[in-house]
Every structure is written in C-alpha cells, then in structure tokens.
Design a protein around this ligand. Structure first.
Ligand code: ATP
Ligand code: MG
Length: 557
C-alpha cells in the first residue's frame, strides 16, 4: 500500500509506472496479458491478469488480452474461448481489447525479411537436434552453423520457399544472426521461424511457418503500443533478445519488458503441461475438475472471483520467488464467504432421530425461522419445517462420550439449531451392534432453541427434517498433492494424493438449498462452504465443498 494514499496499491512495477507518468514518457499506459491458448488458465495466470488489467485500470490505460497463438500443434479454439470466459469471470473487461499474435503474421514475416536484408538473419539447414548440439552449454560456447554465412539473396530465396511450403518440418529454420559465443544462450542465433504443418485455429492453412515466442512477443507489444510488457522472471534472460529485435526493426513504438516473480502455491502445480498430464492420465476429470488450480476448477468448486483477486492482490508484486501456502489462499476464500455466503443446514453422515413425544399427525406443520446470514441482515430469514423424524450427524452422538464431548449422549440434552432442546432416551442398534437410530424427547416449551427455565444446554447441533429434506451427493475435496512441493523428493506424479476426493452419497440437505442460484456458495452450518456442481440437478443434487469452515491444515500436516 502507498503511504500517501493507503487505498493505492504499490509495488516496484507501479512505482516505475508512476515515475514514467510523472516524466510524461507515455501518452497512455498500455499493458497486455499474453496467454498461449494451449490450456486453461490457472491461479498463477490470475496474478498476471490482475497485475496487467489492474495497472491499466488504475492508470486509466489499456490492457489487451493477446493470444500468443504461434504454435498451432498445441492450440485450440476451445482454449481461446475458455480463456476469454475466465478473464471476464475474474471481472476484467476484454470486449474491445482482444488481440492475437496471428493478426500480425504478415507484419512479422515482413520484419523477418527485413532482418535477412540487413544480414541479421539466415536460413539454417540444421535439424533441431543438430542445432542443440551446436548451441553449446552454459560453460561452453556454441559453434557456428555451416550455413550461417549464406548470402542475403540466397537467404531471401530460401525463406520465401520455406513460406511456400517447399520444405518439411525441421528441414529448415530462420535464425537471427547474433552471437554463438554469447554468455546468454538466448542470443546464440535463436530460431525466429520454424516450419509447422498444422491447421491454425484462426489462420487455418495460410501459413506453414510460425514465429517463435521471442520473435512474436516483443514485436506484437510494439505493434500494440504496449508501454510496460510485464512478464515472469523466467523471461529475464530473454530481455536482451527482446531488445535486440526492437533495436534492429523499424517498429512503431518501443515497449519495455519488466519481470516479476511467478505465483507458486503449495500442494498443487501451476504448469499447464503438468495439469494436462493429470487430465490425460485420468487423475482428474478435466480442466474444470474442482481439485484443479485452474480458474475453471476453482469456479466449479465455489471460489468467488473476488477472493482470487484479493488473494493475488495481497501477495503483491515482487522479484523474489517463494511458495505461498494453500492455507493462506483458503483463509482468504473463507474470509470472503463468511461475509457473503448464506447459511443453510445439511447432514453429511446421517443418523436418524425419532422424537417420541412429538405429534404424529402428518398434517401438523411446525414452521421455524432461521437466519440466512448473520453477517448480512439484508439476506433475511427463511422458514424451516420441523418434523418427528430428523437427521443429525453421526459424529454428533457418542455412546460412551469422552470428557469434553458436549454433543448428544445417552440421557443428555442438546439444542437443535433454531428448533428445540432434545434429550436422548434410547439407542437402537442393528444385529452387528451399530447404532442405527436414536429415540429422543423434545421440550415443546423450548421452541426456537431456548430452555424456558434457563437451564444450561451446551451443545447446539445442525439437523435436517427427515420428511422435508432432499437427498444429495456431497464431494469433499482434499489437497491434490501430499507434498507441499510436488516432486521435491522425486517424481511429482508419486505425490498425487489418492484421497483428494471423498464422495458422500447419502447426505440430506434443506430443500431451500436446491433453489439457490447457480454459482452461489453456501455455508452448510458447522461444516464448511459448498457450491452446487455444474452437473447437479434437482433430482440428483451434487455439492462440492469449497473449503471447510476452519483451517485444518495444521492438523493434517
Ligand atoms: P505454464 O507454465 O502454466 O505453462 P505459461 O507461462 O507457459 O504457463 P502462458 O500462457 O504463456 O503460460 O502465460 C501467460 C502469462 O501468464 C505469461 O506472461 C506468464 O508470465 C504468466 N504466468 C504464467 N504462470 C504464472 C504464474 N504462476 N504466476 C504469475 N504469472 C504467470
Ligand atoms: Mg509460456
């Protein structure tokens, strides 16, 4: 936060921008978020989205959502659509500022010719494997390719023929002619164009050569008049190349690249390649599996977009790498939901109670009142129907109670939330000795939950009516990986948590839960926050646990 204006975000990027503005360097601040449409966005991307779009909003500038669609073998329209949807869902407007690197293929190709004409690029015959061998290592310089010194005329001809589809993939490539001895491997004659024979989602079969990331990125920034090209630290070593292209081409504007550290989150992975592997090998059901750290997965799980924005906002923007604990993210989610989520009752692992002294007349309607959200009066109250048979959580009863067990025990009295005080009179067991039912008595004078004589009753239990509740399946999610840093002791696949989901199919929920709007997360009292799954129907309701009510990480790990 800024000292002068506490509501203003502050970090080294915003400081640079404020300085640039005070020196009148730019007419308008322009940023971009440049995803490759080869997968769904994850929460790491949210950090970059919030920075790029956030900065544009704060400084009355512009942020483009630019698809870096330069590798058609991996990219798909489905991903383009999903990315747009996710950025909008996070709350950023992209309506008029969607761009594609493929929009600039013509211009980029002309610039490639320009480099050839300046003697700064050449067509190489080395195969990708040979090129790797010639490239050298961090400690050894590279070796010039035998075709490095072709004439400009020959290079122009070969490039044209590459473009016209006369060669196979890997047979030729266009390389920048920089310095095979450079200490920075990115400057050892990087490839700028390669041959790919694949149908591009937008340009179809117009091209069979595609610009590499490094050649497409900076020039696209320049075309879009991006002023601050904000990317993650792994691109720091690419900056000299980014600048080399800009210096050697007649670009319409001069963007500058700045790097910040990426978000790493414990007990999950933030790499599209690995997330893809989880899907491919069936560890999860898809990009939107509620265990995935993707925005689609988090949405399906019930995480509100405001919580994600808040979370990444609190982390700030720095240059130091670190790992953020998942529990910190979950606490932020809880904080949001505690204020916004309506309360309801549900029983996940039911045991039936029959209240013996309660009226047996099926037409007797006993309507109670319950508060929807103690943190928001405007959410009002709802009616709850009580009945002679109810369910409580199996865990809320103990036949031989431990000392500090204040819930239901034989002969003991508890409060049913918003309803009555009940006392346990009898246990019914099956042949194996499992308790299958409890017989209780209620105090009709305690309606609403208070003892008429002021006697103390410690425990308050949630419950649902056996007659008026609906049966539901409830999925409880646990961390996707058992290790904080998957793979830190070997193969990351081995750290997958085999118990990352527990599906309970005999749950009962208050009927009003089924009327809640889609994508609304509800607090099931005493249990946690839950959201209807996208596959949930009235006949077959399914809920996903977003987060438990309290932080349980300390206990588990
Ligand atoms: P992944 O490593 O998951 O495959 P990527 O970097 O290849 O991600 P891109 O689509 O190229 O995915 O990313 C678009 C933008 O998002 C880039 O500018 C990248 O720096 C940023 N980004 C990706 N992952 C993170 C992260 N974990 N934290 C912050 N920014 C990220
Ligand atoms: Mg990338």
């Amino acid at each position: 936060m800024n000292e002068k204006n506490p509501s203003q975000k502050n970090d080294f990027i915003r400081e640079i921008i404020r300085d640039d503005i005070s020196e009148n360097i730019h007419e308008k601040i322009v940023t971009r978020f440049p995803p490759e449409p080869n997968g769904y966005l994850h929460i790491g991307h949210a950090k970059s989205i919030c920075l790029n779009f956030g900065v544009a909003e704060e400084f009355k500038g512009l942020c483009n959502l630019r698809f870096d669609d330069t590798n058609p073998t991996k990219e798909d329209q489905r991903y383009i659509d999903a990315i747009k949807f996710d950025v909008d869902w996070l709350g950023f407007n992209t309506e008029n500022n969607i761009r594609y690197t493929s929009d600039y293929f013509g211009q980029l190709y002309d610039w490639a010719i320009e480099l050839v004409n300046k003697g700064l690029a050449y067509v190489d015959d080395l195969s990708p494997e040979e090129m790797r061998a010639y490239r050298g290592t961090l400690t050894e310089p590279g070796v010039d390719s035998p075709t490095r010194n072709r004439s400009i005329a020959e290079n122009l001809d070969l490039l044209e023929r590459m473009k016209n589809g006369e060669y196979e993939e890997g047979e030729k490539s266009l390389r920048a002619k920089i310095d095979m001895q450079s200490g920075n491997l990115n400057l050892r004659d990087p490839v700028i164009y390669r041959i790919i024979r694949a149908n591009h989602p937008r340009t179809k079969n117009d091209w069979c050569i595609y610009p590499m990331y490094d050649f497409g990125h900076g020039q696209s920034d320049a075309i879009e008049h991006v002023t601050h090209s904000l990317c993650t630290l792994e691109f720091e070593d690419h900056r000299p190349l980014y600048e080399w292209f800009l210096e050697n081409l007649p670009i319409p504007s001069k963007p500058k690249q700045y790097e910040f550290s990426r978000l790493n989150l414990s007990h999950t992975i933030l790499s599209k390649r690995r997330l893809f592997k989880l899907i491919e090998d069936g560890y999860v059901s898809g990009w939107n599996d509620p265990r995935m750290p993707t925005l689609a997965g988090l949405r399906r799980r019930g995480v509100p977009p405001t919580a994600i924005r808040d979370f990444v906002g609190r982390l700030g923007i720095t240059k130091s790498d670190g790992i953020v604990e998942m529990s910190y993210f979950e606490n932020t989610i809880r904080e949001h939901l505690n204020l916004t989520a309506q309360r309801r009752m549900a029983v996940l692992n039911p045991i039936k109670i029959v209240i013996e002294n309660y009226p047996e007349d099926p037409d007797f309607k006993d309507e109670l009142e319950a508060i929807n959200n103690p943190n928001n009066e405007n959410d009002g109250i709802r009616k709850l129907l009580f009945s002679r048979e109810i369910y409580i959580e199996h865990d809320d009863f103990m036949e031989n109670p431990t000392k500090k067990f204040f819930r239901l025990i034989p002969g003991g009295e508890v409060r049913l939330r918003y309803a009555y005080l009940i006392t346990c009179k009898e246990l019914i067991k099956d042949k194996e000795g499992n308790i299958i039912e409890l017989r209780c008595h209620y105090d009709p004078e305690s309606r609403g939950g208070n003892a008429p004589d002021g006697r103390k009753v410690k425990g308050t239990l949630h419950w649902v009516s056996a007659n008026y509740s609906k049966k539901a399946t409830i999925n409880l999610y646990n961390e996707l990986f058992t290790e904080a840093i998957p793979g830190s002791n070997g193969n990351w696949i081995e750290d997958i948590n085999n118990n990352s989901v527990e599906s309970l199919s005999n749950c009962f929920v208050e009927p009003s839960i089924l009327d809640s709007k889609p994508n609304t997360t509800i607090q099931f009292e005493r249990l946690g926050y839950f959201c209807a799954d996208i596959d949930s129907t009235k006949d077959n309701p399914i809920f996903n646990r977003t987060v438990p009510l309290r932080d349980t990480w300390g206990k588990k790990n």
